[in-house]
Design a protein around this ligand. Structure first.
Ligand SMILES: [Zn+2]
Length: 281
């Protein structure tokens, strides 16, 4: 079987510049690069610049938007939350749609891409995921309202149906799943690959819809799903002693499981252990 080299880039939150592109091009030399979301807080200029730079260097990529890529729009869907006001009038500007138009076929959230040169299809889970088992109670129901308003989706099951359809209609037998957050079913420990480190008792913070779609697809012999990539849970494990304090990612006291195999699928979360202070694009 022909091997391919993939680069996974997660949760860059604005930290991306020409040196990162150089590392990709000169050192990693991937056949394909996958961004698993959280480029910046709904910054369409940042997304546009990043894409232009990747194109200029002939670095093909696929991506899925993260919760921060819908940050202001999501919060705005709950009118009584006034702590974070969008920097624009959401009634006049649809930054989600704008992001999707900029990225076009490079974005596979609720979609897929067939790559003939790699004999591979890449299928995206639910874009802009905040993670967790609650559809409507998560953060005052903001994500649920966001999905209803933007994607006309009202439940995990409806979302799972869309992802399943994308798997079934993708061209190649070899399929890679990508999400902003990982699926449920991969452990409940605080340091599990999608574990709730922010809860004293841990818990599974995966996307149930993502698990439903992947597990159902993996049962069929016409799908070969060797890999599932995601981000979102990208910090060191939060120390319990700091649970009531403002916590910064570099103060963690343990490693999250970054990679695991279950039912012949390898799951990888992109983790950032060091915050960099470098120029933005
Ligand atoms: Zn995120």
């Amino acid at each position: 079987m022909k091997s391919i080299r993939l680069a996974i880039v997660g949760d860059i939150h604005g930290y991306w510049n020409k040196y990162d592109v150089n590392i990709l091009q000169e050192m990693i030399q991937p056949n394909h690069t996958i961004f698993v979301g959280d480029f910046q807080n709904e910054d369409t200029n940042f997304i546009s610049n990043l894409q232009n730079t990747m194109n200029e260097h002939n670095l093909p990529f696929t991506c899925i938007l993260g919760n921060h890529d819908a940050w202001a729009t999501t919060i705005d869907s709950v009118k009584h939350i006034t702590t974070r006001i969008p920097p624009y009038d959401v009634n006049k500007v649809n930054n989600i749609q704008k992001s999707l138009e900029i990225l076009s076929t490079n974005h596979v959230g609720f979609s897929h891409k067939n790559i003939s040169t790699l004999n591979l299809s890449i299928i995206g889970g639910r874009p802009c995921s905040w993670g967790g088992p609650e559809w409507s109670n998560n953060f005052f129901g903001a994500p649920a309202m966001f999905y209803k308003n933007i994607f006309d989706i009202n439940s995990f099951q409806e979302s799972a149906n869309i992802i399943t359809n994308e798997i079934n209609t993708s061209k190649y037998k070899n399929k890679i799943m990508i999400g902003h957050n990982g699926p449920t079913g991969l452990g409940t420990e605080r340091n599990a690959i999608v574990g709730q480190d922010f809860s004293e008792t841990g818990g599974d913070f995966g996307d149930p819809d993502f698990e439903i779609a992947i597990v159902n697809a993996a049962k069929h012999s016409n799908h070969h799903i060797p890999l599932c990539l995601f981000g979102h849970m990208h910090h060191l494990i939060k120390p319990l002693k700091h649970k009531d304090e403002i916590w910064h990612g570099d103060q963690g006291d343990g490693n999250r499981i970054m990679c695991m195999k279950k039912d012949n699928i390898v799951y990888v979360v992109s983790i950032i252990y060091i915050y960099r202070s470098i120029d933005r694009l």
